[in-house]
Design a protein around this ligand. Structure first.
Ligand code: NAP
Length: 258
């Protein structure tokens, strides 16, 4: 998707994958190499999103979420950003969904749940967080509430939840190669016809999304968020406003691949 965007922008750049050993010494050397080679920037994915924190000047959002997915090399200094939360909100907006004041049931408490819950709380949404490991849900809710008082509560994994109009799956359940898996849902999961948003993009239709659609809910998969977090990264690297990033070309490239 990035190469499609670079071509559309007429930039003589290329986006390539690097398989980086997550050993801390190696991570530090890889980042020094990035500087030495004069790369514009990189995206960072699991398990490096946290490992690069000590070596980058982190944005407020990256510090808050404790993870970096985008690094920009500016004048030999490495700046770390997290575009996941903003990408999540942009995708929701693009689907014509309000992003403010929503009552949310958030499944999961990992890295993406952190980005999503802070993003939603920043828009005045209230999140009930359910996670298999409840202690992680509590820790996340505490962190969110420290920044946005009373924005988050914890609810049992698979237990009845208070009313909600947006259900977000941030767990890996249902992601390839575990397509048959699905997160535990409260008995009232689809009763209020919530909008159901699954962050997974492979497969594009998870068991959760199929069940939600069968129950008459509107649904969305993770493709939009993937595209928007990438578009936001490209805006950072190029210094161009987001409106100039060719999002449609990026999305077409992703959909062609999927
Ligand atoms: P993560 O930090 O590893 O978190 C994984 C979450 O899944 C945790 O809440 C974990 O619960 C839960 N989980 C895993 N296996 C489970 C099981 N067998 N039963 C119940 N819960 C289980 O991962 P992440 O970075 O947040 O990513 C999560 C998903 O979001 C992935 O599918 C990823 O592809 C997707 N994602 C999409 C985008 C996008 O742009 N669309 C961006 C980021 C992430 P415990 O705490 O109990 O282990």
């Amino acid at each position: 998707m990035h190469n499609a965007a670079l071509e559309a922008l007429g930039l003589d750049w290329v986006y390539v994958p690097f398989d980086v050993n997550p050993d801390p010494v190696n991570v530090e050397e890889a980042l020094a190499g990035l500087r030495a080679l004069g790369l514009v920037g990189v995206n960072v994915t699991i398990p490096l999103k946290e490992a690069v924190l000590p070596y980058t000047i982190v944005s407020e959002e990256a510090a808050r979420t404790g993870s970096v997915n985008t690094i920009h090399n500016r004048d030999g200094k490495l700046y770390g950003y997290s575009t996941d939360g903003a990408g999540f909100l942009r995708a929701l907006e693009a689907a014509g969904q309000p992003t403010e004041g929503r009552q949310v049931l958030l499944l999961g408490a990992g890295g993406s749940a952190r980005a999503v819950s802070f993003a939603l709380a920043s828009r005045g949404c209230r999140c009930q967080i359910a996670n298999r490991t409840e202690a992680r849900a509590s820790a996340l809710a505490d962190d969110v509430n420290r920044r946005f008082p009373e924005a988050a509560t914890v609810t049992g994994w698979g237990a009845e939840a208070d009313e909600f109009d947006l259900l977000v799956n941030t767990t890996t359940m249902g992601m390839q190669p575990n397509e048959e898996a699905a997160p535990a849902l409260p008995p009232n999961a689809f009763a209020g016809k919530p909008f159901v948003y699954d962050l997974i993009y492979v497969p594009t239709q998870t068991r959760l999304l199929a069940a939600a659609a069968a129950a008459g809910c509107e649904t969305m998969n993770g493709v939009g968020m993937l595209v928007w977090q990438g578009a936001l990264a490209l805006a950072i690297w190029t210094g161009r406003p987001l409106e100039e990033v060719p999002v449609a070309e990026m999305e077409a490239a992703v959909r062609a691949t999927l």
